[in-house]
Design a protein around this ligand. Structure first.
Ligand SMILES: *[C@@H]1O[C@H](CO)[C@@H](O)[C@H](O)[C@H]1NC(C)=O
Ligand SMILES: *[C@@H]1O[C@H](CO)[C@@H](O)[C@H](O)[C@H]1NC(C)=O
Ligand SMILES: *[C@@H]1O[C@H](CO)[C@@H](O)[C@H](O)[C@H]1NC(C)=O
Ligand SMILES: *[C@@H]1O[C@H](CO)[C@@H](O)[C@H](O)[C@H]1NC(C)=O
Ligand SMILES: *[C@@H]1O[C@H](CO)[C@@H](O)[C@H](O)[C@H]1NC(C)=O
Ligand SMILES: *[C@@H]1O[C@H](CO)[C@@H](O)[C@H](O)[C@H]1NC(C)=O
Length: 595
């Protein structure tokens, strides 16, 4: 998911943001001798679990620490799907561990980030598509994410029988989690650094919304009249509404997704018997044997489970694709033929259209229009006031005004609202191809429109403007999202990645009521469905298609499913023709990013 987008081209601006965003907690210098969590990977799944756990302790003890301390330092032994363990080590101990013969890799536990209605019709998987319902009910999709919202209508289990007999997973009971049903047949959480962040609970409940959104995109049931405050309305559904879901919560609000928890999620999913794994998480580019998603998905593949993963949101710079291992199906994001725009009416009669979702109807016909610089507290504050940073603005000069602000980070409209402003026009130098949701009247414009607005302000003593409520607009599609991470593949330059693109811009899917739509201070908007953008949203589209293919060909290997999806493409579209059942044609979009 794309959260606040920053304009990172200006060095000065970067400095400003570092000061504003980095809390002292992160700023403390790293102590050379400080211990950290490391993952020690030893290879294939062992035959004897108990013996292996002993081996883990013995390996740790060989660092000249007592058995008791070794037991204390170890946080995970992975034995069900592969052989590894996680433990607290000093950098020196980690190095010594790496020198041991039985050790394949040692990697420091890092934190990774989280990278509808209409999109299914757009890609050509209509409601009326031929289905193999009996087999679809037997397909189990594991989602590694922020948790799930069991009370969401998207996860009702009407008409579904008990889980397939092969299922070995489980589900609580957990506090704050109403429990599983025949749709969500498994739910687990993994949090082993011990610190559950404020607002979180030890349960697979989703208080972020991301995991609910991705899960409902893969396999949500039909929900009629779903919308975000009436926009993007229609019937929400996943690719395979009859398939089963298992949630492995490995990401936590604020603290992110720890490698050792991701590995534990993979281990559980493989052991429980999922058939497809959807993971919309990515992080620093690492090598094959030390990346948790790489190792987890490799062992999944060996068990016949296909992992579908998001390519990352670090585009459009080249060489930014993550989750690029050959055994992963790596998904980029493309746009569909719908976007969300707000009209800006200036006092001089001119109108422009801004990008983003603002569900507020203006109360007045127009408001005084002021640029951030002109609302600065002091002369010294003028530079920062361009970006409407809260400390630089004079509250009195903002009250009742529509402000024009340069994009300097997320949440400007929250500041403007808290100062009593009437709205914010945000001048962005980013590609404006996805609609951000605002918690107050606001919209984004590009710098050419921004310049016109600034010139208008300069040209008169009584500039005014109004931002209209957002409307849905039809646009040409498909196109590759600006933010979607690009090839070439940093892991293996000769291997084409991403593999495919799927809708990842402005996707409507289920959400949690435990978090406001923007998560910003003062946001009072809550909705059971919301619109999100990112390769995170594209990934479950392809995971769903993979499950759909699996429902027709339960015996196909991960490679066969992957091949069916990606190899039959031309430069614009991929055709998945399921040979036995000619009725079904699915269109997805091949990326043109690797040129
Ligand atoms: C092992 O630990 C003991 C006591 O903590 C210490 O005296 C000894 O030098 C250590 N040996 C090595 C090889 O580090
Ligand atoms: C968890 O449940 C407790 C007790 O019912 C409640 O006070 C708390 O707000 C809940 N937390 C979340 C995140 O839902
Ligand atoms: C559909 O949803 C909208 C907005 O949530 C609501 O106003 C309307 O009554 C709903 N219509 C039906 C038929 O449920
Ligand atoms: C969405 O809502 C509008 C206005 O209420 C209605 O005209 C339209 O038919 C709805 N579209 C869908 C797909 O339900
Ligand atoms: C800026 O936005 C306007 C209005 O949406 C559009 O017509 C124009 O082409 C855009 N300019 C650039 C350089 O993208
Ligand atoms: C508007 O006027 C200010 C000085 O009053 C000047 O610094 C700024 O460049 C002008 N902006 C435009 C777009 O003309």
């Amino acid at each position: 998911m794309i959260r606040s987008k920053c304009s990172c081209h200006h060095h000065l601006l970067v400095l400003v943001m570092v000061v504003l965003w980095i809390s002292p907690r992160y700023a403390s210098a790293e102590d050379e001798h400080a211990k950290d969590f490391y993952i020690i990977y030893l290879g294939d799944r062992p035959d004897n679990t108990e013996e292996t756990i002993k081996t883990h302790i013995n390996l740790l003890s060989s660092l000249n620490i007592s058995q008791e301390e070794a037991k204390e330092r170890k946080v995970y032994s992975y034995t069900k799907a592969f052989n590894a363990f996680a433990a607290k080590l000093s950098p020196h101990e980690a190095k010594k561990m790496m020198e041991m013969e039985e050790v394949v890799s040692v990697s420091r536990n890092q934190y990774r980030k989280l990278h509808t209605t209409k999109s299914w019709d757009f890609v050509g998987l209509p409601l009326t598509a031929k289905r193999h319902l009996k087999a679809e009910r037997d397909v189990i999709i594991g989602v590694l994410d922020t948790g799930i919202t069991p009370d969401s209508e998207s996860f009702l289990d009407h008409g579904l029988g008990p889980p397939p007999a092969k299922w070995k997973g489980s589900c609580g009971p957990y506090k704050n989690f109403t429990g599983c049903n025949n749709k969500i047949i498994g739910a687990k959480y993994f949090k082993h650094d011990g610190n559950v962040p404020a607002g979180e609970v030890r349960s697979p409940i989703d208080i972020d919304g991301h995991g609910t959104h991705t899960s409902s995109t893969v396999a949500g049931v039909l929900v009629a009249n779903a919308s975000l405050y009436g926009i993007a309305n229609g019937t929400a559904r996943g690719a395979v509404p009859s398939a089963r879901l298992a949630m492995y919560k490995v990401c936590w609000a604020r603290s992110g997704c720890a490698d050792m928890d991701i590995l534990a999620g993979f281990e559980a999913a493989i052991h429980d018997g999922v058939e497809i794994i959807s993971i919309s998480i990515g992080g620093p580019i690492a090598d094959y044997s030390s990346d948790s998603i790489s190792v987890g998905s490799f062992h999944a593949m060996r068990k016949g489970i296909l992992t579908v993963a998001s390519a990352g949101n670090d585009g459009p710079s080249s060489g930014t694709v993550t989750n690029h291992e050959p055994w992963i199906l790596t998904v980029a994001a493309s746009g569909i033929d719908r976007t969300f725009k707000s009209k800006i009416d200036l006092g001089n009669g001119k109108s422009f259209s801004g990008m983003g979702i603002s569900m507020f109807s203006p109360k007045a016909k127009s408001y005084p229009l002021v640029s951030g610089v002109d609302a600065a507290k002091n002369t010294d504050d003028k530079y920062l006031a361009r970006y409407c940073f809260s400390d630089s603005l004079d509250r009195k000069k903002v009250k009742g005004k529509v402000m024009v602000c340069r994009m300097g980070g997320g949440g400007v409209e929250s500041t403007i609202k808290s100062y009593g402003g009437a709205g914010a026009i945000i001048v962005s130098d980013q590609y404006l191809d996805n609609a951000q949701i605002f918690m107050a009247p606001a919209t984004s414009v590009n710098s050419s429109v921004g310049d016109i607005i600034y010139r208008y302000i300069n040209s008169t003593r009584s500039a005014s403007a109004v931002i209209q409520k957002t409307r849905q607009v039809t646009i040409p599609a498909p196109f590759v999202a600006s933010f979607s991470s690009r090839g070439p593949n940093p892991g293996s330059i000769r291997l084409l990645k991403p593999d495919i693109a799927a809708p990842g811009i402005d996707i409507l899917a289920a959400f949690t009521l435990k978090r406001s739509l923007t998560g910003l201070d003062g946001d009072t908007q809550f909705s059971k469905f919301t619109i999100l953008s990112g390769t995170s949203m594209a990934c479950p589209h392809v995971a769903g298609v993979a499950a759909y293919v699996k429902s027709f060909h339960p015996d196909w290997t991960p490679a066969a499913i992957k091949s069916a999806i990606i190899t039959s493409g031309n430069s614009r579209q991929v055709l998945v023709k399921l040979k036995a059942e000619k009725a079904v044609i699915i269109y997805l979009f091949v990326t043109q990013q690797n040129r």
